[in-house]
Each structure stands twice: as structure tokens, then as C-alpha cells.
Design a protein around this ligand. Structure first.
Ligand code: SF4
Length: 543
């Protein structure tokens, strides 16, 4: 009988033994100043002098040692009040003591993690500040073994370098921002475009490989800067060709042409008629909800007919879609209901003399209730503005109350394929397959990342759920963003992971990354945002 081992049939078993890679390559140029260190965290390969930082400001030469300047962000479910949040790693080489090939012991133990095993289930190492190698010819800087509910878990943590990435921005507004496909500019450079409008919102696609690397150097630089700011929850100013000027900041009201947007519309004009028809009944003889998309007319609308309302004889401009629903009553704009009109009466062509009557009560409102006027027809069937009755005012107020606050939402969308996967496994396609088989959770800075269907690992995350300052840039140009892959240890072994690089959570918390070249020097505690699920022990958000 054949003796089985527990690794029978696992991929990678027959793979040849791979050579160890050097932490740092030999200098490319023998005449390179020995006082400089070469950063190999991205293809720019900066030669950094003592005490200086590299081009991206993320790595520096500290006494001949290349260091990652920001601390690694670690998430905890709870944080004690007054607890020290920034703690240096003890495993880093002391200044001036680095010698190639020499294992160094910790030089001090300023404040090691308490080692409290109860806490170990509460700690998640994020990619923010974790350092990276690009392309990933080395294992990821942190491959962390931990336990969740008694199950051995592994989290592979890195800062990915993304050339193929963009931000999808949702701007809650009725106002016309620009035509579909119009260029979006930042500092005069084209950095994206207007994409499809969604219900109550206008979508923009910003960044992307075409603008990062496909245009001029300046276009790439401005695009990268813009993406870094937007991802780091800062405000960025844009102009849209033939459209509006915008200030966008994640989680804040968008500012359109200098005015902060307040309300997201309750629905289109037709929807608003349907929602509020019964409340209008008996208080108004006609209601027109002005909207750039569909303008609704109560008495003609199915809602009015079901209430058995008397026709008002109103004659609307625009293209009649279905009863009580009109397209194109005006051009898009920043006036009433996202149209270009300031006077709502301009969309009324006239009144059927045999149908309308003097004294007819007409409400005209926008889909947000921000604009509303009350009219009564005079003897000549001309609408005359009048004071709005209290009952009507309260319905208009209710329309406003039903509008959600207008926000700008910024979602990072990145293709985490290519070499990034080699930092996880010798056989990268197995990582992709394991994710698609719901065995590996993908997070960005601990925030849930939605994995798009189809090939590769294309993920999308809300920047507001990510730690502050999660994004950086490198001058290639590309975006640096955190990414973590979490799975059971057995699944990590099965996908051919770098199992010899798995280190215990305690070791990671005390000593930092596995390498000394370009490693972060400290860790910083942050609490997991309340909206985020705990990243470990859950399947990915698969599309
Ligand atoms: S740009 Fe930054 S990551 Fe790239 S080589 Fe220079 S210091 Fe290193």
C-alpha cells in the first residue's frame, strides 16, 4: 500500500527548488557612491543619499539602511483609551549596524506587544505602510500567521503598485455636470471622463492607465497626484469640458460651480408624482414636478388617473413619453430639477381653454423641493404666482425631507494581477482561482474589497472605509495602495504559498517585516471602522 503524506496532490510539489533572492541587488554601477543606497521597491530604483528620501517620499536612507518611512497600520477591534498607538519594531537593524548577509538581533525592546493571546484574535495587519517590491520577485513583506476561532489563518500583506487603476466617483446631484464622455480635467490636464448618469447621481471615471502612462509626462504626474489626493480623502478641483467646475472630496457634499450640493433627488419627476400623489390630492388641481430626465404632470399621470383627478388642460413643452411623463422639457443645467430653466412657467406651452378654468391651483416643484412655486390661473387662464398654502408647503418640505444628503463617493478600482500575486505564491494563477472559489478574502487596508467577475483580480473598495493616507504614488507613474489576502493556512499551502515565510503574529508585531531592506520601522494601532466587517474568517465579496 502506498504511503500517503498530507501534502499528496498539492500543487507545487514537483516544482524545482528556487534560489534565494538577495534582499538588495548589487549596485548596477560599480562607481555608484557607496554612501548611497538603491531602493528597489519600484522600477525607478532611486539612489538615495544618507539622510534623504527617495522620489516618492516613502523610503529613505537612514545611516546606510533603506527604510520605509511610514508605520504599518494595524487594525484592532478595540483600542484602550490612552494606549500607545505608535510602537517601534524591535527587530530592525540599529543605525549604522547593517551589514550585508549578517543576521542582526533586536537592538532594543522599547515596547513589545504584550503578547496577550486574547488580543491576537483582534489584530489585523494591513498593507498601509507595509512596504513592497515591484515587480514582486520576493515574497510579500508580511505573511502573517494568526488564529481566528481556533483556525490557523494566513494573511499576505503588501503595498501594491497599480498602474491599472482608477477611481469611480459617484456625485449625488441633479445638476448638469457635463455630457457623457466629456473630458474631466485637473490642473488643465485630462484625467478622466464623465460616464453614465445613475439615478440621482452623475458618475465620473478618473485616473486609469491611459492617463497615467498613455499621455504626456505632465498628464501622468497630475493624474497620479489627483488620484493620491482623492484616495486619501482630500478635496480635488476639477473642470469638465463644456460642463461644470467641481470640488470633490470623498464623503463630503460635492461643490458644483462654487455651490455645495445639498440634496439628492427623491426620484425623477414621474416617481415624485407617484410618491406624493395622494398627499397632493384635493390640495392642488395640478402638479408639475420639473426634472431634467422625466417631468411629471399629476392629472395626466397614472397616479392622478387612479385618483380620478379632473384633467387640467395643461399643455407641456418637451417630448411626451407616456401619459403624464415628458422628456426634454428643457436643456440640462443647474436650474430647476437639473434643467437650465429659472422660470418654471417657461415649460408650459398653454392651457386647453375648454378644459382649464380660472382659479385652477397649480404647484410646480423640482424633484428635491429646493425650487417650488404656487400659482392660481386668472380669468385669462394665465398662472399668477400666489402665496403657497401651508398644506402644500408641508408636502414640498416632505419632498425635501425624503432627499438623502448629497455626497461624493470615491471607489478605488484596481487590477491586482501581474506580479503582485507572485508575492503570495510561486504559482500566481492559483491565487486568482482560490479567490474565485471564495477561499481567500481580499481587503484594501482592511476594508472589504468587491472582487469583479471574470479573469484576474480586479477589486473595488470605498476609500472612506480605508485608513487615512492609504494611497501613495511612485513616479513611473503608478498608485501605491494596500492589499491583503487572508485565508486558512491549509488553503495557503494548497495554492503554493510562500509557507516558509509565514511568521507568527507575535513575531511580526515585535520585529516587523521579514526583510531589513526598505522595511517599516514602526507599527501604529488604529481601530477598525465600525462599518467594516472583521477581515479574517470570511469569504470575499465576489461579483
Ligand atoms: S520612487 Fe520610491 S519606491 Fe520607487 S525606487 Fe524611489 S524611493 Fe523606492
Amino acid at each position: 500500500m502506498t504511503e500517503h503524506t498530507k501534502t499528496d496532490g498539492l500543487p507545487g510539489m514537483d516544482a524545482p527548488e528556487l534560489p534565494q533572492v538577495l534582499e538588495r541587488a548589487r549596485p548596477r554601477n560599480e562607481r555608484m557612491n557607496v554612501a548611497k543606497v538603491e531602493c528597489n521597491a519600484c522600477p525607478v530604483l532611486c539612489q538615495i543619499s544618507e539622510g534623504r528620501a527617495g522620489a516618492c517620499d516613502r523610503y529613505a536612507n537612514h545611516a546606510g539602511v533603506l527604510v520605509r518611512l511610514d508605520p504599518v497600520v494595524l487594525l484592532r477591534k478595540t483600542l484602550e483609551a490612552g494606549e500607545a498607538t505608535l510602537v517601534p519594531f524591535v527587530g530592525r537593524v540599529a543605525a549604522g549596524e547593517a551589514q550585508e548577509g549578517v543576521e542582526t538581533e533586536p537592538v532594543a525592546a522599547p515596547s513589545p506587544w504584550s503578547g496577550d493571546l486574547l488580543l491576537s484574535e483582534e489584530v489585523f495587519v494591513t498593507g498601509v505602510g507595509s512596504s513592497t517590491t515591484y515587480p514582486d520577485y520576493k515574497p510579500a513583506p508580511f505573511i502573517v500567521g494568526s488564529q481566528t476561532d481556533g483556525v490557523d489563518m494566513v494573511t499576505v500583506v503588501t503595498e501594491g503598485i497599480f498602474s491599472y487603476c482608477s477611481f469611480k466617483v459617484k456625485i449625488d446631484t441633479d445638476r448638469f455636470l457635463g455630457s457623457e464622455q466629456a473630458n474631466v480635467r485637473c490642473k488643465g490636464e485630462v484625467v478622466g471622463h464623465v460616464t453614465t448618469a445613475e439615478y440621482g447621481s452623475q458618475m465620473l471615471s478618473l485616473g486609469g492607465v491611459h492617463h497615467l502612462t498613455g499621455g504626456t509626462k505632465k498628464e501622468g504626474r497630475v493624474t497620479a497626484e489627483m488620484m493620491q489626493l482623492l484616495g486619501n480623502k482630500q478635496a480635488v478641483e476639477f473642470t469638465i469640458d463644456g460642463g461644470a467646475q467641481l470640488v470633490i472630496q470623498a464623503g463630503r457634499a460635492p461643490i458644483v460651480n462654487g455651490v455645495a450640493e445639498q440634496r439628492m433627488r427623491v426620484g425623477c419627476g414621474s416617481a415624485a408624482i407617484g410618491i406624493f400623489a395622494r398627499q397632493f390630492y384635493s390640495h392642488a388641481d395640478e402638479v408639475v414636478v420639473v426634472d431634467d430626465h422625466i417631468t411629471g404632470v399629476l392629472t395626466e399621470h397614472q397616479a392622478g388617473r387612479c385618483l380620478d383627478m379632473k384633467p387640467s388642460g395643461i399643455q407641456m413643452r418637451g417630448r411626451k413619453s407616456t401619459p403624464g411623463r415628458y422628456f426634454q422639457v428643457a436643456n440640462p443645467g443647474t436650474g430647476w430639477g437639473g434643467t437650465d430653466i429659472a422660470d418654471p412657467l417657461s415649460i408650459i406651452e398653454g392651457w386647453g381653454e375648454a378644459v382649464a378654468w380660472p382659479g385652477l391651483r397649480l404647484l410646480m416643484t423640482s424633484t428635491t423641493g429646493e425650487h417650488a412655486s404656487w400659482y392660481v390661473l386668472d380669468e385669462s387662464l394665465v398662472p399668477v404666482e400666489a402665496a403657497m398654502p401651508a398644506e402644500i408647503r408641508s408636502i414640498v418640505d416632505r419632498i425635501g425631507e425624503n432627499c438623502e444628503p448629497s455626497l461624493a463617493s470615491v471607489l478605488f478600482l484596481g487590477g491586482a494581477g501581474g506580479s503582485l500575486r507572485a508575492g503570495v505564491t510561486e504559482n500566481p494563477v492559483l491565487l486568482t482561482r482560490s479567490i474565485k472559489n471564495a477561499l481567500v478574502n481580499v481587503t484594501c487596508g482592511g476594508a472589504p474589497a468587491y472582487v469583479w467577475p471574470g479573469g484576474g483580480i480586479t477589486v473595488m473598495a470605498d476609500v472612506l472605509r480605508m485608513p487615512d493616507n492609504s494611497f501613495g504614488t511612485v513616479p513611473t507613474p503608478a498608485i501605491v495602495a494596500p492589499i491583503e489576502f487572508s485565508m486558512r493556512r491549509a488553503d495557503y499551502e494548497a495554492l503554493g504559498g510562500h509557507t516558509s515565510q509565514i511568521r507568527s503574529l507575535r513575531d511580526v508585531l515585535e520585529r516587523g517585516a521579514w526583510h531589513n531592506d526598505g522595511a517599516p520601522q514602526a507599527r501604529v494601532w488604529q481601530t477598525l471602522p465600525a462599518a467594516n466587517p472583521w477581515p479574517l474568517g470570511r469569504p470575499p465579496l465576489l461579483g
